[in-house]
Write a protein that binds this ligand. Structure first.
Ligand SMILES: Cc1cc2nc3c(=O)[nH]c(=O)nc-3n(C[C@H](O)[C@H](O)[C@H](O)COP(=O)(O)OP(=O)(O)OC[C@H]3O[C@@H](n4cnc5c(N)ncnc54)[C@H](O)[C@@H]3O)c2cc1C
Length: 650
């Protein structure tokens, strides 16, 4: 909706006021309010001489500590707020432009919303980074706006992660940001984790491989609440204490090349920030677009982002896909001889992998397919007779069929004598894994799936996203509160915090892992994982972590640590699998330097994402200076040709 004021006569003025009122009512209906300012604070603001706006008209700006990162000005023509894109003298944002005469001379541009950081999306990545960026600790909390027309939707995935990873995340959120993620975010914990890799390489079919590493299931509603703003003014206790604002609207732009977007004008960068048009959620009684101005945009719209372009010119292969059909079911246990188990699955354990295929022994066609295109069962006993089963293709390109997963899940349960009496939930898991990292020098910061943060060999991403958020948040905060930091620099620093050269090298190693796993039949996978879980927990745990700050990552964050891991691991796996791995290493190393770079010092580290300053001077300054000097002394030449200019502006 494009509502502009043209002050051409009394009737028009009246009409404009009515339209403005309407516009702000719509905006306020879309923005989820923050808790009201305390009475004393409101009084204080009044005492500063500002006329308090009626609650129904006011924007919901958060209470901030000083310095205030952004201070939209208000037109004197109207008591309603029209935001102009300039900063106050106390603002670290755009402070280099403060009191700029030219700014005042320019006709003011108005926006429906302004913020320091606009977060797109409302999944785990979006809410985690929005929560930390808007946190009042440790320093300035920024003006953070999160936009997603699907904000109210539940999170679909059933998230599981290792207990020690969860503990590391919560203690970092508490210590660095005073942000509590409480124990209520965990709804089930298993002390031990099981795997079944029998049926090949003389591993008995019934053999269980148990690791003493506790695993937890996230209560997705509780975690979502904990990473959301308080609707009741509450806070603390881990629930709803975030301070960001919410706009139920989505972007419709698409990057057509780095930093260029279609449709034209829907997303425009300039030297001081970005303006983006958002479409409000359906059912919000407005059919226009909302213009939002931000210093920085963080794209958390998931793996298939339309704004952050992957670097398809890199050597990294395209993504593989994890596909799974899952169901939370109740089981008839009336005939069960052992109520401590569901079939073979112990209730006290999380079964991470069951790669057996004996349920197809009587059906050669099924067995052949299940051998060539492997899937495994992931089983989370939830208490009583409830359990979540998921038949999963770890990673494949092209993706396996959901129907195949469902059929295999049904056949496996039948074979195991597990009788399902009710289905509470179904889950269709689709996770792009690996693939290229974002192109460098993009102004929009990708985070979460949008920045290819999913583990390339396992599909895990929650722990990586939650642990990556503090790093990116710190870089963005530092940039926004630094005088004169350009949005390009802030974006590059945010990417740089997420993908240091060391992180990229570590990821390249995991990408190789994903490619190797994709090429294996079920026998290869059984041999691989049986060996994998027989090396030390620190080493396999570090491989699964793959993000600084997560436990055991130090066992994988240098070329030497990865080389040692590789040698120890290859010695544990059956010879045929080791030979395949050796051949894969040779093939990969002949094609690109990514793998040798990640396990040897020979090629240094990959390029990082940091900001590259453009030089102020152009060309060969010495040669140009010499020519300029000679021209000055010349009796023939008088004018210095333009090509001898040295500075950009001369
Ligand atoms: C079924 C399933 C099970 C999984 N299990 C696990 C697990 O056990 N452990 C684990 O670590 N990982 C797991 N994963 C992987 C993990 O869930 C994802 O990788 C993770 O959700 C990615 O988080 P994200 O916030 O980046 O993106 P998403 O969670 O995909 O969120 C994207 C958000 O962007 C919004 N959006 C989209 N387009 C726009 C737009 N144009 N404008 C504004 N907003 C937009 C969407 O509404 C959504 O809120 C699982 C994934 C699936 C699908």
């Amino acid at each position: 909706m494009n509502l502009s004021i043209r002050n051409t006569g009394p009737i028009t003025t009246l009409l404009s006021w009515v339209l403005l009122l309407l516009r702000h009512s719509i905006n306020n209906a879309l923005v989820i309010p923050l808790p009201p300012l305390s009475a004393s604070k409101q009084h204080h603001r009044g005492a500063e001489g500002q006329v308090p706006l009626p609650a129904s008209l006011s924007f919901h700006h958060q209470t901030r500590t000083t310095p205030t990162p952004i201070a939209p000005t208000t037109t004197k023509k109207s008591s309603k707020k029209i935001h102009h894109w300039r900063s106050s003298s106390s603002s670290p944002l755009y402070s280099s432009n403060t009191d700029d005469e030219d700014d005042d001379a320019q006709s003011p541009v108005s926006y429906d919303e302004e913020c320091d950081v606009l977060i797109l999306g409302s999944g785990p990545a979006a809410r985690a980074i929005a929560t930390l960026l808007s946190s009042k600790s440790p320093e300035t909390n920024l003006n953070v706006l999160l936009a997603d027309s699907n904000y109210d939707r539940q999170w679909a995935p059933n998230y599981g992660l290792w207990r020690d990873e969860w503990n590391a995340i919560t203690s970092r959120y508490q210590s660095d940001f005073n942000q509590v993620l409480g124990e209520e975010c965990i709804n089930r914990e298993w002390d031990v984790t099981d795997g079944y890799f029998g049926g090949s390489f003389d591993i008995p079919m019934e053999q269980r491989l148990r690791v003493d590493r506790p695993y937890v299931r996230i209560d997705k509603e509780k975690l979502r609440d904990a990473l959301s703003p308080a609707e009741d003014g509450g806070g603390g206790g881990g629930g709803g204490s975030a301070s960001y604002r919410v706009l139920k609207a989505s972007h419709t732009s698409e990057a057509i090349s780095p930093n260029v977007y279609a449709p034209s004008g829907s997303l425009v960068h300039d030297d001081r920030g970005t303006t983006i048009q958002l479409r409000p959620a359906s059912g919000t009684n407005t059919d226009g677009t909302l213009s939002v101005r931000a210093k920085i945009i963080v794209d958390c719209t998931g793996h298939e982002t339309k704004l952050v372009l992957p670097d398809t010119r890199s050597a990294t292969p395209p993504p593989g896909f994890q596909i799974a059909y899952g169901a939370l079911v109740t089981v008839d246990e009336s005939n069960s001889p052992d109520k401590t188990h569901f079939g073979p699955y112990a209730k006290e354990a999380m079964t991470l992998f069951d790669y057996r295929t004996d349920h197809f022994d009587s059906d050669p066609a099924f067995l052949k397919k299940a051998t060539q295109i492997p899937t495994f069962m992931y089983a989370m006993p939830l208490g009583g007779n409830r359990i979540f089963f998921e038949e999963t293709s770890l990673v494949a390109r092209p993706a396996v069929s959901f129907m195949d997963c469902k059929e295999r899940y049904l056949k496996r349960l039948k074979h195991l004598g597990i009788e399902v009496t009710g289905v509470e939930e179904e889950e269709f898991c689709y996770i792009p894994m690996g693939g290229p990292l974002p192109i460098k020098d993009q102004r929009i910061v990708g985070f979460g799936g949008a920045s290819a943060m999913v583990h390339p060999s396992t599909g895990f991403s929650l722990a990586r996203v939650l642990m990556g958020a503090p790093d990116v948040c710190t870089a963005i905060r530092r940039g926004i509160t630094t005088d004169g930091a350009s949005p390009d620099r802030i974006a590059a620093d945010a990417y740089g915090a997420l993908w240091t050269p060391e992180d990229v090298a570590q990821r390249n190693f995991a990408v190789f892992g994903g490619e190797f796993l994709m090429a294996q039949d079920v026998k290869g996978l059984r041999g691989f994982f049986d060996g994998f879980f027989r090396i030390s927990q620190e080493r396999w745990g570090g491989f699964l972590a793959g993000r600084p700050g997560l436990p055991n990552n130090n066992c994988h964050d240098t070329w030497l640590a990865r080389m040692v891991f590789g040698l120890v691991f290859i010695a544990k796996i059956p010879l045929p699998v080791a030979v395949k791995m050796f051949l894969a290493i040779v093939e990969s190393s002949l094609g690109a330097i990514d793998l040798p770079q990640s396990v040897t010092p020979l090629f240094g580290n990959p390029d990082g994402y940091g900001f590259v300053e453009r030089p102020d001077e152009r060309g060969d300054v010495a040669a140009k200076s010499e020519a300029r000097k000679m021209i000055a002394e010349s009796k023939v030449e008088e004018e210095v040709p333009v090509f001898l200019d040295i500075k950009k502006e001369q």
